[in-house]
Design a protein around this ligand. Structure first.
Ligand code: DAH
Length: 341
């Protein structure tokens, strides 16, 4: 009995020296293994006098349980210590910090263009691409602006050394589109244009337009008004009124300035429409027969209308941006005003 009690004391004294899993396993073997001290003590029961066998067995069992518990407790301590060490060496992560995802957004011009394209597509228009570097012919002659025509002065042009130009308007694509598709035709061609402009809040050297052409039999100004009204109503998501004022462009006859009722104040007057209730948005007109002829269209059979929607203007208006420079700049803070909702 005494020997067994000594066994427990010896085990308890050794606990303090155990620090690793390996040490723990070898102590487990030493006491509980096949030829360990406790197993030996069990085997010795055969030499114990019969009347003491029961008490002896119980005592050995008690010690076995205590040693098992001791080893288990130690195992947990070793694991906790290992975890603590691991955490100490791991960079700290604060799971309570709010998770903000910085989502980007499309450019305001892209948003406006996508919307306009979507609406015109639904009305059966094809969407064409053009060239930003154009021939003098396409940019001017083919839209009825011959050399020395005073209208050239209204479009300060970037000329390239080879005689070509950075297109001053998307109208430069009219001739190519007519020659490619013929009549009847419903097409829009959005794109970037360039002018050697003096800069101010609404003028920049680079800006976007969306040209449109409809050529068919019996096309008249009423069709033009219908298409523009429908398109603007869809783009702004509310009923828009349009009005035409007389204008002048060499490529249309008659020519108009199309205004739309201010979508922000419904015509009552606000900052966007400069209190006027109307916004000048889209020059347009019935395509000049000379322009149709140069595009290979039979003018006895077909007429058409065309328009040059100011896409930069539309985007600025739509997103309440007050200076056009925001459009070509990379200032995220300013562009963020125009984030998609
Ligand atoms: N190209 C003209 C400009 O940039 C805008 C324009 C006016 C386009 C009338 C048209 C139109 O198609 O019919 O100033």
């Amino acid at each position: 009995m005494l020997k067994i009690e000594e066994l427990l004391t010896k085990f308890e004294n050794s606990l303090g020296t155990i620090e690793t899993d390996e040490q723990l396993n070898s102590v487990r073997q030493e006491y509980l293994g096949k030829s360990g001290h406790v197993t030996d003590a069990m085997k010795q029961i055969k030499d114990v006098p019969n009347d003491q066998k029961k008490a002896y067995g119980e005592a050995v069992n008690k010690i076995k349980v205590k040693i098992e518990e001791g080893l288990q407790g130690l195992k947990q301590k070793i694991q906790a210590k290992a975890l603590e060490k691991k955490l100490k060496n791991t960079p700290k992560v604060d799971l309570t910090i709010p998770y903000t995802k910085q989502v980007g957004s499309l450019h305001p011009i892209t948003i406006a263009e996508k919307k306009v394209v979507e609406v015109f597509r639904s009305m059966g228009f094809i969407v064409e691409d053009g060239y930003e570097v154009e021939t003098e012919y396409n940019n001017f002659e083919a839209v009825n602006v011959p050399k020395d025509h005073p209208a050239r002065d209204t479009q300060d042009t970037f000329w390239l050394n080879n005689g070509q130009v950075l297109r001053t308007h998307t109208s430069a694509n009219q001739n190519r589109v007519m020659k490619t598709y013929g009549a009847p035709l419903r097409a829009i061609f959005p794109g970037r244009c360039y002018r050697n402009e003096a800069l101010d809040a609404s003028h920049d050297t680079t800006f976007w337009q969306c040209e449109g052409m409809v050529i068919d039999e019996n096309i008249n100004v009423a069709n033009l008004i219908f298409f523009m009204k429908t398109m603007l109503t869809e783009v702004f998501g509310k009923e828009i009124e349009v009005r035409l004022r007389p204008g002048f462009f060499p490529f249309t006859e008659p020519s108009f300035e199309l205004d739309c009722s201010c979508p922000y104040c419904e015509g009552k007057g606000c900052k966007v429409c400069k209190q006027g209730g109307w916004i000048e948005l889209c020059p347009c007109g019935m395509i000049h027969p000379e322009v149709l002829k140069m595009g290979g269209i039979d003018t006895d059979k077909y007429q058409g209308f065309a328009f040059g929607l100011g896409l930069s203007r539309l985007a600025m208006m739509n997103k309440n941006i007050s200076t056009i420079r925001v459009m070509n700049g990379c200032k995220l803070k300013e562009l963020k005003q125009a984030k998609i909702k």
